[in-house]
Design a protein. Structure first.
Length: 134
């Protein structure tokens, strides 16, 4: 035998009681917990300048690794990623590549089509000099 559904007004009353109980509990916990405004913030382990300096150092190390990888032959971005031991083209990798291109240390083999699937990067003369210095 099929069980009859309760009337709509009973369902609404049950829902309102549940919401009211939740609001009551929430307001109780908000009022009974201590204020966190008086707690002083704990100093972070590293300041933002330290983090930026570390980021620049890692970026510089990655840039040098890219220059060394391009010493023998032009390579695609995917080939560079695998040579550097990265899992994918990370944002830091893309930034390092763009910084090297902007600094005229490396160039695209197809400069007119930077998004080409056949695109590779090669070392310019300034990049060869920097690689030999570093």
């Amino acid at each position: 035998m099929k069980k009859a559904n309760p009337p709509r007004h009973q369902l609404l009353a049950t829902r309102h009681r549940a919401v009211g109980a939740f609001l009551l509990l929430t307001s109780y916990f908000l009022l009974s917990t201590p204020s966190f405004a008086s707690i002083e913030p704990v100093a972070l382990k590293k300041t933002t300048t330290e983090v930026e300096a570390q980021s620049r150092a890692q970026s510089g190390a990655q840039s040098n690794a890219i220059l060394h990888a391009l010493a023998n032959e032009p390579l695609s971005a995917n080939a560079l990623v695998s040579l550097l031991g990265l899992k994918s083209k990370t944002g830091a990798f893309k930034r390092s590549l763009n910084e090297l291109i902007d600094a005229h240390l490396i160039e695209y083999t197809i400069p007119d089509k930077p998004k080409s699937r056949l695109q590779k990067c090669r070392l310019k003369e300034a990049g060869r000099k920097r690689k030999s210095e570093g």
